[in-house]
Design a protein around this ligand. Structure first.
Ligand code: C5P
Length: 218
């Protein structure tokens, strides 16, 4: 992959609903970076699997990802609990991960010219996708706090789901995402831990901004 020079690259890994997406958006707006929520790609494939049943194939996924438009990742239909579960199942498959990898690399290293760099969040961003990132953050929060946040989001979207179900799904996804063979979620030694359990969005961004400014202004 040809890499554009002098890019600001930010890699974020986190378990589900820890606030990584919110911070990634704040970072991308403030530093004028291209943002890719990589989980949305797995959700897109997870939804494809739910909809295509036995017609689901690698060939189909390859084709869909080749012609994938970023706008398709904004669909509200990707936000359901069923799609999240299906996403975390397809994400275990090495061939699927390889197909997604190329798309992500292009976003990370060849972002549109108007951006100064890129910020990607997901599970394997620091460990696989952006190993040479300028900034590496591992964002996490206590499981119950994450479940409450996700439950509140579902309520806003008028999804019919109980807190207990959300908690159970997050727990299962955490386990699957951390224990799978390919691209498991883990914190590397060189990443900065941000625990958002007791931090507001603002306080969390302040922390991240201080770290980034220190390096960028040097
Ligand atoms: O981040 P989000 O919860 O939307 O991700 C959905 C699922 O996609 C995760 O549970 C995980 O299994 C998978 N994923 C992944 N690698 C990434 C991002 C997401 O395996 N980089």
């Amino acid at each position: 992959m040809r890499k554009r020079k002098n890019l600001i690259t930010v890699a974020i890994d986190s378990p589900a609903a820890a606030g990584a997406g919110t911070q990634a958006k704040l970072i991308s707006n403030y530093y004028k970076l291209f943002y890719l929520d990589t989980g949305k790609i797995y959700r897109y494939i997870g939804k494809l699997k739910l909809n295509s049943k036995n017609k689901f194939s690698y060939k189909q996924v390859k084709y869909k990802i080749k012609y994938l438009k970023l706008n398709a990742l904004k669909s509200k239909s990707l936000l359901s609990n069923e799609v999240a579960i299906s996403a975390s199942q397809v994400a275990k498959d090495r061939k699927i991960r390889d197909i997604v990898h190329k798309f992500q690399q292009k976003c990370a290293y060849q972002p549109p010219r108007k951006y100064k760099g890129s910020v990607l969040d997901g599970r394997d961003i620091i460990t696989v996708q952006l190993k040479d990132a300028m900034f590496k953050f591992y964002i996490t929060a206590n499981l119950k706090v994450r479940a409450k946040r996700r439950f509140d989001e579902y309520k806003k979207l008028k999804k019919k789901i109980t807190y207990k179900e959300v908690l159970k799904t997050l727990k299962n996804r955490d386990k699957s995402d951390k224990e799978r063979e390919y691209g498991p979620l883990k914190k590397t030694k060189d990443s900065i831990l941000i625990n958002t359990t007791k931090l507001s969005k603002k306080a969390c961004f302040k922390k991240i901004k201080a770290i980034m400014d220190k390096k960028l202004n040097n």
